[in-house]
Design a binder for this molecule. Structure first.
Ligand SMILES: O=C([O-])[C@@H](O)[C@@H](O)[C@H](O)[C@@H](O)C(=O)[O-]
Ligand SMILES: [Mg+2]
Length: 448
């Protein structure tokens, strides 16, 4: 008799964050996620983690009647029925006009919910079969060590705000101190990288750009390369430079930048994919994105135009299976797979490690925000990076997370007590620039 899912619960949670700067503004003191916990008829528990916000909580809850009672062996069919139900719900809500755009929007809104259904079921199945989730994905587990990069951010000064940012919470080493203090210069970014390298052992770094003028950010990239000559280094200004600016900034960076993530985007009559293709052709630099090939139709166009060499297929936005499907495609088409990230707990970290362990061929070091959250794990055992890598043992079972229900309850309380909800990066920015509002074409700290 195959086990059935008896209970699915959706728990919105929050964790502490630093005042990380990015093109959309400044991270708030709390980040939010939705945790999904399932129990089957044999008492086995499965977990998953997806982006936060009440809309996603509600959509996940609407899947519960399709999940509870289903056989664990039917996980693919359960995900399929949830997909159909959610698509119908959203088509109804968006009306019949603008079909193609509606399709792309629906894909993005549906997949982060589906990942929340898929992952705990895979976790439970892996536990029954005594194999890691990676062994159930794509062609199976292809590696047992997954490399991550050190995701560096400019950091705002929390003292300028009246917001409850965490500080002086971790004095165990330099990283514990550095990650809460302002970092607004190339020297500070190098120091941040050194501290992160010391705690986690990273070999590769990504700088979140789109904060200061591109030329200032390139100074930080040069300083990083001078300090870590063997590191693979990238920068991601979230598409806020024009093509012309991107070319000026990056033309002489071959050998310094290993690849560039979303330097530019759509311009006038030209789509982001067309503009990135020009950038790639004119600089010879590999391009990564989490912005212009975010569904299969965009992926097809990006491949045809040769806009992107590194699709960042975050399992939270593609599903675990979908992310590995992108990895297989990359392997067959001479592209290299990578992963995008947002702030997250250890469950998401395990999800990324499992997907990466099933991604065939050469892959890029995975993005993760976890270093900013290190110490706030929801599992009983803290994740352990060694030499910038996480291990995915082949004799493991499921995701490898043993959920700590007390920690989960505390993270839920943090969410409720602070009235958390959807991310708003504008609030913190207004302490730097009064009246600040988002502009997709400008770095956050640059306003006319
Ligand atoms: O955490 C941030 O501020 C990032 O800017 C995040 O929101 C992006 O989605 C992401 O990390 C990226 O690679 O674009
Ligand atoms: Mg990005």
């Amino acid at each position: 008799m195959v086990a059935t899912i008896e209970k699915m619960a959706v728990i919105p949670v929050a964790g502490y964050d630093s005042m990380l700067l990015n093109q959309a503004g400044a991270h708030e003191p709390f980040f939010t996620r939705n945790i999904v916990v399932m129990h089957d008829s044999e008492g086995v528990e499965g977990v998953g983690e997806v982006p936060g916000g009440e809309v996603i909580t509600k959509r996940l809850e609407s899947c519960i009647p399709l999940v509870e009672g289903a056989s664990i062996a039917q996980w693919k069919n359960v995900v399929l029925s949830c997909r159909k139900m959610l698509e119908n719900q959203m088509r109804g809500a968006s009306g019949s006009g603008g079909q193609e755009t509606a399709h792309a929007q629906i894909f993005k809104k549906v997949t982060n919910v589906l990942t929340g259904v898929e992952t705990p079921m895979l976790d439970i199945l892996g536990k029954h079969l005594e194999v890691p989730v990676a062994a159930l994905l794509g062609e199976g587990q292809v590696r047992d060590s997954v490399r991550f990069l050190g995701y560096l951010f400019y950091i705002g000064d929390y003292r300028k705000t009246d917001m409850p940012y965490l500080h002086d919470d971790d004095t165990s080493d330099e990283w514990g101190r550095v990650r809460r203090e302002p970092a607004l210069t190339p020297d500070a970014i190098v120091h941040e990288a050194e501290a992160a390298q010391k705690r986690f052992g990273f070999h590769d770094f990504k700088l979140k750009g789109g904060v200061f003028a591109g030329s200032e950010e390139m100074e930080a990239v040069r300083a990083l390369k001078a300090r870590f000559p063997d590191a693979r280094i990238t920068i991601d200004p979230n598409g806020c430079w024009t093509l012309r600016e991107s070319l000026e900034l990056c033309r002489d960076m071959v050998g310094t930048l290993t690849y560039v993530e979303d330097p530019c985007g759509a311009e006038g009559r030209f789509s982001g994919r067309e503009v990135m293709a020009e950038f790639h052709r004119l600089t010879g630099l590999p391009t990564a994105t989490n912005m212009i090939d975010t569904d299969w139709r965009e992926m097809k166009a990006a491949i045809r135009l040769d806009s992107v060499t590194i699709p960042l297929a975050d399992p939270h936005f593609w599903t675990m299976e979908g992310s590995v499907r992108v990895a297989q495609l990359c392997h067959d088409l001479d592209l290299t797979w990578g992963v995008h990230s947002n702030n997250h707990f250890d469950i998401s970290l395990a999800m990324v490690a499992q997907a990466a362990a099933a991604a065939p061929g050469v892959i890029n070091a995975c993005d993760t925000h976890y270093i900013w959250q290190d110490g706030q794990h929801l599992g009983r055992v803290a994740p352990h990076f060694e030499d910038g890598c996480l291990q995915v043992p082949r004799d493991g079972a499921g995701l490898g997370i043993d959920l700590d229900h007390d920690k989960l309850a505390a993270a839920h309380r943090l969410y409720v007590d602070n009235g958390c909800g959807t991310r708003d990066d504008a609030r913190g920015m207004r302490f730097y620039i009064p009246g600040w509002s988002y502009d997709a074409s400008l770095p956050a700290m640059v306003r006319p």
